[in-house]
Ligand binder design. Structure first.
Ligand SMILES: [Zn+2]
Length: 389
């Protein structure tokens, strides 16, 4: 039998993570309260708290009432001790940049319109300029910024900080670590749907989620983030969750993947807009179609009914493969929870002998369209939970 080796570093790191999570949640606690809540010894809690104070993420904030003896110090979490930057490249040719504090609260947000992504060095220089201007304006020094997280619409190797390909932007083979010297900050990268599901898990309404599929339905594509047992599943070739190219028909429009009948050509946002245009001869936005449905327009109702059917086919396939606890709908559709979810649920489950409504929760992203960028900003924040001497 192999001897069991106790990894002291892992225990120290786990203690730090648990203490910090509790302090972030409760904001103010005494050392005794932390020790009792987490069943960690007072000397270990004290050592960690002293470390947090030295790092600037906590402070002593007066004393608590005591039943006798010395009054214990209150330890207070300081959410603005450090910041993180999230950057999202979207297929709509917009670069969104946010500054978030340790609470993942968006302190500043700006958009750069970027019609062409080909000249990456110039794009990175513009992003860097914007970030530096924001930090100067807020008197935040670089040493209080943990890093920059990029949420990218493509296949990403997060360990190598490498974007293999983002076909919607026509770019690929980009090594993001090449730009760390320019930003003078560590860079982190993640696929946008993976970043979104991480944010939903860490910051969303349902923190106890274990097995989750996040579906980001976008203008040209459908991307997914898959969480199994609480961990993001990237897949052998970093392609897990490329739901766009699940085939749902033998025939259909030819697809960029070289085949036809792919889910994205039936269920992407552009497919919805195209269906409405075909029926009416007129263009409308997603907001417009939902507004017309609510106003009782029959064509808008029929279009959404047909569209929900197409979305449901793909979701049924996913449910049969993955059997998750939750399917979270992200992207623009997450804004139409009341109008779209009941219809979608009916299309998924009605008449199916195996899949039942109660087996899985189909919900909308609680972070709405901020999910991916908050996930990007979370990537550097992870450092604060793992750092130790
Ligand atoms: Zn395809």
């Amino acid at each position: 039998m192999k001897p069991i080796v106790i990894d002291q570093n892992a225990i120290r790191s786990e203690n730090r993570r648990r203490i910090l999570h509790l302090l972030v949640r409760e904001r103010e606690l005494t050392i005794l309260e932390i020790s009792q809540a987490l069943e960690i010894s007072i000397p270990t809690v004290t050592k960690n708290i002293n470390q947090f104070i030295a790092e600037g993420i906590a402070e002593e904030a007066g004393t608590s009432a005591s039943t006798g003896g010395r009054r214990p110090a209150i330890i207070r979490f300081l959410p603005n001790a450090y910041y993180s930057i999230g950057v999202e490249f979207s297929a709509e040719r917009v670069i969104r940049i946010v500054l978030a504090n340790l609470d993942s609260h968006i302190e500043d947000s700006l958009n750069l319109v970027c019609p062409d992504f080909q000249d990456m060095p110039s794009i990175m220089a513009s992003i860097c300029e914007q970030i530096n201007a924001t930090l100067n304006e807020r008197h935040i020094s670089l040493k209080h910024v943990l890093g920059i997280g990029f949420a990218l619409p493509g296949t990403v190797n997060e360990d190598r900080k490498f974007l293999y390909a983002a076909p919607s932007l026509g770019i690929g083979q980009i090594l993001f670590s090449d730009y760390e010297a320019l930003f003078r900050l560590p860079i982190f990268v993640e696929n946008d749907a993976n970043a979104a599901v991480m944010a939903e898990l860490a910051l969303g309404d349902l923190p106890a989620m274990k097995n989750v599929v996040f579906l980001s339905i976008l203008p040209h594509s459908i991307r997914g983030g898959i969480v199994v047992g609480g961990h993001l599943y990237h897949g052998c070739n970093k392609r897990a969750g490329k739901f766009s190219h699940i085939a749902i028909a033998l025939d259909g429009a030819p697809c960029s993947c070289g085949r036809s009948g792919c889910w994205e050509s039936f269920a992407s946002i552009n497919a919805l807009l195209g269906m409405y245009r075909e029926r009416t001869g007129a263009s409308a936005s997603v907001d417009g179609i939902f507004a017309r449905m609510k106003a009782g327009e029959a064509t808008a109702q029929q279009t959404l009914d047909q569209y929900a059917n197409y979305v449901a086919i793909g979701i049924r396939n996913i449910l049969l493969i993955q059997d998750p606890h939750y399917v979270i709908l992200g992207g623009v559709l997450s804004r139409f929870e009341e109008e779209f979810l009941p219809l979608l649920r009916e299309k998924i489950f009605s008449g199916h002998a195996i899949l039942q409504q109660d087996d899985v929760q189909i919900i909308c992203a609680s972070l709405k369209e901020d999910a991916a960028i908050l996930g990007a900003a979370l990537l550097p924040l992870e450092k604060i939970y793992t750092a130790h001497e």
